[in-house]
Design a protein around this ligand. Structure first.
Ligand SMILES: [Zn+2]
Length: 268
């Protein structure tokens, strides 16, 4: 069986794979943070790795060689710090870590780095990170996120779509994460209302839901326990492995397309 995880190889094996040619290296980014009463703290890492692994295998079947870099498992979870076990880096530290990880991969000759992000709280910083990386190194790193790349499936899921809810719990089930469905709950179904009730600054035009349509204002995250005692934002009880599998079925061929396109068009 082909090994995809770089950290499980010896340096001689990595050297050999690089010499043969690597089309892309996937960089899973998760976090260590609460995922409601029903899922472990490593859920975003498990999802990112589950996607990366399936994509690497599907890419191999399409004649592409893909490696998976070590998972970044402590990232931007400052707004989860009210729940035991959640860990955080500051945004500026995270940007620095991202830069140095990408530079390490570049140092060894990996041309095409594709971030597989599993954590919504990293989105804003990672968008800055990939643009800043291009600005300062002239190198392109692509950023993919399952809720965007399978947006057509996610769009059919009701509710705020923010955290440890139906879609995320479903994909966690599909990649084999430990999920305690009997603990699954609903909370902050109307996130905007929950923010208002918590007494935080609020606007009726705020984009409080993932699927916000029409005119909207970007609002920062609030400390999550102020709006959700359980840590869930949405309804986790509706989750099914079938929905998770539908997300993966839509997602994985698209990840392979990104790998193929990047590998064909990147400069040597
Ligand atoms: Zn998550």
């Amino acid at each position: 069986m082909t090994e995809y995880y770089m950290e499980r190889m010896t340096w001689k094996e990595v050297e050999a794979v690089i010499a043969e040619g690597v089309d892309a290296i996937l960089l899973p980014i998760g976090t260590t943070e609460q995922h409601g009463p029903h899922m472990p703290l490593d859920t975003d890492c498990i999802i990112a790795r589950g996607i990366a692994e399936r994509a690497a295998k599907a890419a191999e079947e399409a004649g592409l060689r893909v490696l998976i870099a070590p998972t970044l498992n402590v990232t931007l979870s400052w707004y989860h710090m009210q729940y035991p076990g959640s860990m955080r880096l500051s945004t500026t530290t995270f940007l620095q870590v991202f830069n140095e990880v990408c530079e390490s991969l570049h140092h060894h000759g990996f041309r095409n780095v594709i971030v597989v992000n599993g954590h919504g709280g990293n989105v804003a910083a990672l968008s800055v990170a990939v643009n800043y990386y291009l600005e300062t190194t002239a190198r392109r790193v692509f950023l993919l996120q399952w809720w965007e790349l399978a947006g057509d499936i996610i769009g059919t899921v009701e509710g705020p779509g923010i955290h440890a809810e139906e879609a995320e719990t479903s994909i966690a089930l599909a990649v084999g994460q430990r999920v305690l469905m009997e603990e699954a709950t609903i909370d902050a179904w109307d996130r905007g209302e929950a923010v208002k009730e918590a007494g935080h600054t609020w606007t009726s035009l705020g984009k409080y839901n993932l699927a916000h349509k029409g005119p909207g204002v970007t609002v920062p995250m609030d400390m999550l326990r102020d709006i959700s005692e359980s840590g869930v934002v949405g309804d986790a009880r509706r989750a099914t492995p079938e929905l998770g599998q539908r997300i993966l079925d839509a997602l994985i061929p698209r990840v392979v397309t990104v790998i193929k396109d990047m590998s064909k068009t990147a400069p040597e």
